[in-house]
Each structure stands twice: as C-alpha cells, then as structure tokens.
Design a protein around this ligand. Structure first.
Ligand SMILES: [Zn+2]
Length: 194
C-alpha cells in the first residue's frame, strides 16, 4: 500500500458514514483524481458512491445530473454531496475567455460565427485556488432549493500525495506552509544582510 493510500484510509471511516446515507460526489475529470481509487471504493465492500466528474470538479455542469439523482432518489431531503477539488488542476489559473478563443479558433472555416454564438453564454469554471472554487460550489449547492436536507461538504485533494482534506483544514495547512515559507524568506534575507 502506498503511504498516501494509508493516510487517505484515515478519512475513509468518516466518508463511509456519509456513503451509508445518500452519497454523491462531484470530482474533477483529471485521470489522477479518480475517487474510486484514492478512497478505495469497491463493489465488493459495498461502499461505492455516485460520482459526477466535471472539469475542475465544478458543480454547475454537474447540476442536471444532481437534479435527476434527486428526482429519482431522495428529493434532496437527506444525504451528503461532497465536492472534491484538487491541487494542480488544469482549470486553476486558466481563463474562460482564453478557452473560448482556443475553441473558436479551432473550428472549420466558416463555422466561427456559429461557434462564437454557441459559446457566448458558456462558463468553463476557471478558478484561482481550489479551496475557493470548492467553497463557491458548496455555497451554490447549499443555497439551492433542491438540496435543502443534504449536507454539502467541500474537500481538496492533494494530487501529489493523494490526501483528501476538508477545505477548512486544508486552509489551515496552507496558511501554516506559507508562514514557514515567509519565515524562511525573512531568515534568508537576514542571513544575506550579514
Ligand atoms: Zn482538475
């Protein structure tokens, strides 16, 4: 077992509790972020979840699926939706306008106007930091009238370690890291000044 897998197991107890009730996940399409793998789900152990994967783990494009799941399921009255973003995501630092420009630029000659029209209202969900995009989506789902009885929880997966951390804890860890970095920079400056 890889070390990160062992550490991810620590979270599984809690996540399994969520899975027992109605569980849904929104995760990124990135092949490195396959929740079945990093959370060790299997049919044999009966702990699989319904996973909707979208670019950047954005909840907006997952909505029609989440609505259908509610309509045929619990009508949003109980259960958990987990939104799991990740570090080093392709949509982090991207730009919706640039994505639109690339797509329109690649269509066949004569199709540009149609392509531009099709993408005019499209939102691709580019973001600056995974915790911010995840919490935006958690807030959006929480405010929705369709999931009122559900617990909506946000996580960030560290793509390097595979660890999945709840957003509030992830922020604490990131702040700690940047404190250490700025202390090191200060230290280097002080040493350089001698
Ligand atoms: Zn991603």
């Amino acid at each position: 077992m890889r070390p990160w897998t062992r550490r991810a197991v620590d979270m599984r107890g809690w996540i399994r509790e969520c899975w027992r009730i109605w569980r849904r996940m929104v995760a990124c399409t990135d092949p490195r972020c396959t929740p079945e793998e990093y959370l060790g789900m299997s049919s044999a152990s009966g702990d699989k979840a319904t996973i909707v994967r979208t670019a950047g783990a954005r909840a907006q494009p997952a909505l029609s699926t989440l609505y259908v799941l509610s309509a045929v399921g619990n009508l949003g009255k109980k259960g958990v939706i987990m939104v799991i973003g990740h570090t080093d995501c392709g949509l982090q630092g991207a730009d919706d306008e640039e994505i639109r420009r690339l797509l329109v630029g690649a269509v066949d000659e004569g199709q540009e106007e149609k392509a531009r029209g099709t993408l005019r209202e499209a939102r691709f969900g580019a973001f600056v930091r995974p915790d911010i995009s995840v919490m935006e989506d958690v807030d959006m789902l929480t405010a929705s009238p369709f999931f009122r009885g559900m617990e909506i929880v946000g996580f960030v997966q560290d793509t390097e370690t595979g660890l999945v951390t709840e957003v509030s804890e992830w922020r604490v860890q990131e702040n700690r890291k940047s404190d250490v970095q700025s202390r090191e920079i200060e230290q280097a400056k002080a040493n350089g000044g001698k």
